[in-house]
Design a protein around this ligand. Structure first.
Ligand code: PEP
Length: 256
């Protein structure tokens, strides 16, 4: 049984003041409750301590959107896994398409960061996904396989349980376009088969695969009901506390 992970990615939104307000609103709904789903918010680095504080009396978790692959040193502007652990982060997003596109992160960089995360007692949410032209020319499976294999090739199977994969078709991120539940299921099943071939069916069955790309209250039920969709990585809708809370409530109502 895979537990849903509902993760919010605030991207470069919500500085400390706004983050505290938003996190308080989310915490208020879940305070004293134990949701079946794991719920996570990944704020900008500077807002992490404020979100941690707001979530103090809840089961809600805090994560980061990025990390460096080294533990310390002359890497101006970067943040290490040790620093995130000190802030009590549990998860780190790696390989988000915006990092790949705007910050030149290659598959090798994503693999190094992911390895650093899982070997330092954190969990990685590894994003993979094809661009629109790759979907149109039917190469989306090859693209995703390549991205995924680049990462898992560098991870020992003892760390497989610290991996979460997020399938995020780039054409659906922040565009209002969503993969259909059938498209999402097909790709999630495909991703699970890659993990199964690489490690084992048992390991693959225990790795959660999130869908990301314009998930919102109106489409969450259908997407989350798919057998291989184990949660969501949510950008825009996680910046609205009532939408995010609604998605969590929807996840809570689904039994598979
Ligand atoms: C994301 O940033 O990972 C994402 C899925 O964004 P959105 O929900 O806004 O499409």
């Amino acid at each position: 049984m895979r537990r849903f992970l509902i993760a919010g990615n605030w991207k470069m939104n919500a500085g400390p003041t706004e983050a505290k307000k938003l996190a308080d609103e989310i915490a208020e709904t879940w305070n004293g409750k134990s949701p079946k789903s794991e719920v996570l918010i990944c704020p900008p680095f500077v807002s992490i301590p404020f979100v941690v504080k707001s979530f103090r009396d809840t089961a809600l978790k805090t994560g980061a959107q990025n990390v460096h692959s080294e533990s310390n040193g002359a890497f101006t502007g970067e943040i290490s896994t040790e620093m995130l652990q000190e802030l009590t982060c549990e998860y780190v997003i790696t390989g988000h398409s915006e990092r790949r596109e705007f910050f030149g992160e290659t598959d090798a960089v994503v693999a190094a960061k992911t390895k650093r995360v899982v070997t330092n007692e954190l969990k990685a949410i590894v994003c993979v996904g094809e661009k629109l032209e790759e979907r149109k020319n039917d190469s989306h499976r090859d693209v995703v396989k390549f991205q995924l294999e680049a990462v898992i090739n560098s991870i020992d199977n003892e760390y497989a349980s610290d991996l979460v994969i997020a399938y995020e078709p780039v054409w659906a991120i922040g565009t209002g376009e969503t993969a259909s539940p059938e498209q999402a299921q097909e790709m999630h099943k495909f991703i699970r088969s890659i993990l199964s071939d690489f490690w084992s069916e048992t390991i693959a069955d225990n790795i959660r695969i999130l869908y990301g790309g314009s998930m919102k209250p109106g489409n969450a039920k259908e997407l989350l009901s798919q057998p291989d969709v184990d949660g969501g990585l949510i950008g825009g809708a996680s910046l609205d506390s009532s939408s995010f809370n609604e998605i969590i409530t929807i996840a809570e109502s689904i039994t598979k």
